[in-house]
Design a protein around this ligand. Structure first.
Ligand SMILES: [Zn+2]
Length: 440
């Protein structure tokens, strides 16, 4: 019997609260808004011109020093890990986190205030199935600082974590499944802890104006300083688990797997999140259609040439196999020895130039953007390519499948697309392309 797929969830209604920001010490208010299926979690800066938003996505991770910072262009949002942990663990897949400052209120240094907020807003099911990352084989990351994170297959999301301070003081261990109920009861109340020797220089430089014993536990030698006594005997390892959940939320999917973490930190957590995202990208490229269907749904060369101005020898798409939803496209290009570039690249040793693969990605992404554009009075210009990697040579006789996914469309003027070229079930090249629309 097929099981009923788990559904995506968003918050039931808008809800908010205010508090102090850790780094500036100023007042900040945060609101959670419902968002449609497949939207993911986005942060919105209400205090900036045009109120820009940013995806809570590992691609936007900027720094992990002491806390997790997301950024795009000049926009930043700091210390996002606790609110993301609460949203992820409480099962909220889609929401807008609106703030009138560059970081959320610190609360009491735990995720308690965010759990309270999510409960106030309510959590409601949507129609689309939830996206999971299923761990299929062990993965691990290791850092020079002694952090080791291993991810193992498991039917549930589980974290087993150790924490140890300098000279192995306060060594703690906890292993638990993460469900909304367990998170709320066992993990969310665990507060941030800091070592006196680490925060002293920051206090002197006035970098944590909002920091106090009301929102962090300070460990000085063997002494534990806090306004309120410890909430759990092993509160520190619980907070480490909270941070892992928050950082892994940047993968944008619920994880089914067992995280085994030794001395974790934001840098190692982020590295694991990156490894998961890379694996997800590889899997998505593999699962896209790679057979050429008969009949409708795609575009033939004639139809492509009605949209794209490119012609021989510069048209790098033979056929569009199909569109998936609003923002995905798969196209195909057969590479033959008759390609003009093989004459010079290289004589006796034909290899498709990488830049021609990027050109193919740009043309396929343009076809997608054209389909999305409501008006044809604009023309999209290829602006930049980020993270371009050429992984395998493309040779005469290869059939190259070109995938593009629109990841961001900012306003009416800018669009970003994640692209891959696949030959024989292997990603041969990839890159993130940016386009700008101008009136013709
Ligand atoms: Zn934390």
């Amino acid at each position: 019997m097929a099981s009923i797929p788990e559904l995506q969830h968003t918050v039931g209604k808008t809800a908010g609260f205010s508090g102090t920001s850790l780094h500036t010490g100023e007042k900040v208010s945060l609101k959670l808004h419902p968002a449609p299926a497949d939207h993911g979690i986005k942060f919105k800066r209400k205090d900036l011109q045009d109120e820009p938003t940013i995806d809570a996505n590992i691609d936007n991770l900027k720094t992990v020093e002491r806390a997790t910072t997301l950024g795009e262009g000049a926009m930043r949002v700091h210390t996002v890990e606790h609110v993301l942990a609460a949203l992820s663990a409480m099962g909220v897949d889609n929401a807008v986190v609106e703030m009138d400052a560059n970081e959320p209120p610190i609360g009491d240094g735990s995720a308690q205030s965010y759990v309270d907020l999510i409960k106030k807003a309510g959590v409601t099911a949507q129609e689309q199935p939830r996206r999971f990352f299923d761990v299929r084989e062990p993965m691990h990351v290791e850092s020079k600082t002694g952090a080791l994170l291993v991810l193992l297959p498991d039917d549930t999301f589980r974290i087993s974590c150790t924490q140890a301070g300098p000279n192995n003081r306060f060594a703690q261990f906890l292993s638990t499944e993460i469900t909304p109920a367990i998170f709320e009861r066992e993990i969310a109340p665990a507060r941030t802890f800091v070592y006196y020797e680490d925060v002293q220089p920051l206090m002197e430089k006035n970098l944590i104006k909002g920091g106090s014993l009301e929102n962090a536990i300070v460990i000085r030698g063997d002494a534990v300083l806090s306004k309120e006594p410890l909430r759990f005997a092993d509160e520190f390892v619980r907070h480490k688990i909270l941070d892992i959940i928050g950082d892994l939320a940047l993968v944008g999917r619920q994880i089914r797997g067992h995280v085994v973490a030794v001395k974790p930190g934001h840098a190692a957590n982020a590295e694991l999140a990156r490894a998961l995202a890379r694996e997800q990208t590889r899997r998505s490229a593999m699962s896209a259609p790679r057979a050429i269907p008969l009949g409708d749904g795609g575009l033939d060369t004639d139809e492509i040439m009605k949209i794209l101005p490119h012609r021989y020898p510069f048209l790098m798409v033979d056929r569009v196999i199909g569109f998936e939803g609003e923002n995905k496209i798969t196209a195909v290009k057969s590479i033959t020895i008759n390609e003009p570039f093989f004459q010079g690249h290289f004589p006796g040793h034909p290899v498709m130039p990488g830049v021609m693969q990027v050109e193919a990605m740009a043309q396929v992404a343009s076809l997608l953007l054209f389909k999305l554009a409501k008006t044809t009075s604009r023309i999209g210009y290829f602006m930049s390519a980020d993270g371009v990697k050429f992984r395998k040579p493309v040779l005469p006789g290869d059939t190259m499948f070109i995938h593009a996914e629109l990841t961001k469309s900012r306003g009416e003027r800018l669009a970003k697309a994640k692209c891959h070229c696949v030959v024989n079930d292997a990603v041969v090249s990839e890159g993130e392309l940016m386009f700008m629309f101008l009136d013709k």
